[in-house]
Design a protein around this ligand. Structure first.
Ligand code: BDR
Ligand code: CA
Length: 310
């Protein structure tokens, strides 16, 4: 059984990723930890609950950090809607657990060292705080898969950065450095991978044609994002990044090409704060901390996304 801790800031693409995990055989979502990111924590926490309501799943939800470690930035409500789920306004009455998300990650990972896979779909604030609580965390996590970064500077926020890293660069710095120091690697599903595995209008029409409660739900929460990319980005292919990362977490055999290098985070930089700097030539001699996923089996990704909405 592939047992997942999902740290997420839903987000319609986070929603599809969670739906994929829920639909996947031999996968169990142990807990959802909520990050602030796409929108504020009160919205992302509600959204996680809305998603689980729609899935009819009884999985505990823990709210994490409200703020970035050092400096808050703009959210991504322009792309995801003011509520993060496309301005649908869905509300959940589900009870949120009282433990803080970071403390809960530490508790669960220590209760079962080597058993849990961590999938991060949002800014890394919760993981950074968990690391401060338990610096040995990287040794005790089975696999870590992160939707993070833009490995050659082709980003989606401030030109060269990717939103999840841009939103809390210090957190990403702590996390990548700690994994490297432990001799561990984070499997990085970055924005550029997502742009190579976008979802066409035709793919999305196939989901709508399923005409199930889950496909209706995803159509409703993604309508704003589909409009946004057409009107403001001038393209019809939607790059849902989190499902690509989730596909890697669910089925490692989906990976077709990867490269392992040191990945650092620019914390200063007039133009480049939050950029992921990859040592492609291994010139620094630093321990590789990133297993950068460069290509996956696209057909299988499409199958997983479709399965999630049946
Ligand atoms: C990432 O940023 C968010 O807007 C998405 O949910 C995804 O996690 C893509 O850069
Ligand atoms: Ca996300």
């Amino acid at each position: 059984m592939n047992r997942l801790l999902i740290d997420t800031d839903p987000g319609e693409d986070d929603a599809l990723a969670i739906m994929m995990a829920a639909a996947h055989p031999h996968t169990k979502i142990e807990a959802i930890i909520v990050a602030a990111g796409n929108v504020g924590l009160h919205h992302t926490t509600n959204n996680a609950a809305v998603i689980l309501d729609r899935l009819g799943l009884d999985i505990p939800i823990y709210a994490g950090c409200k703020n970035a470690l050092v400096q808050n930035t703009q959210d991504a409500s322009h792309a995801h809607g003011l509520d993060g789920l496309g301005n649908t306004g869905y509300r959940s009455e589900r009870t949120i657990e009282s433990a803080h998300g970071s403390a809960e990650i530490v508790r669960r990972v220590n209760a079962e060292p080597g058993e849990l896979t961590l999938v991060t779909l949002g800014p890394l604030s919760n993981i950074a705080v968990a690391l401060h609580l338990d610096p040995d965390l990287p040794f005790k996590i089975k696999r870590t898969v992160a939707m993070a970064g833009a490995v050659t500077g082709h980003g989606n926020t401030n030109v060269c950065t990717e939103f999840n890293v841009f939103a809390d660069p210090e957190a990403a710095h702590f996390v990548f450095e700690a994994w490297g120091a432990a001799g561990k690697m984070i499997e990085v599903a970055d924005w550029e991978l997502a742009t190579r595995h976008g979802f066409t209008k035709q793919d999305r029409a196939g989901w709508v044609a399923l005409d199930t409660p889950l496909s209706d739900f995803f159509a409703a929460i993604s309508a704003h994002s589909n409009r946004f990319i057409e009107e403001f980005r001038g393209r019809t292919v939607n790059f849902f990044a989190d499902p690509v990362a989730m596909a890697v977490a669910l089925e490692p055999e989906i990976i077709k090409r990867r490269a392992q290098h040191h990945l650092g985070i620019e914390l200063n930089g007039g133009l480049s704060r939050g950029q992921t700097i990859v040592d492609w030539l291994d010139a620094s001699g630093r321990q590789a901390n990133a297993d950068i996923i460069q290509e996956i089996d696209h057909e299988r990704l499409l199958e997983l996304a479709l399965m999630a909405q049946r």
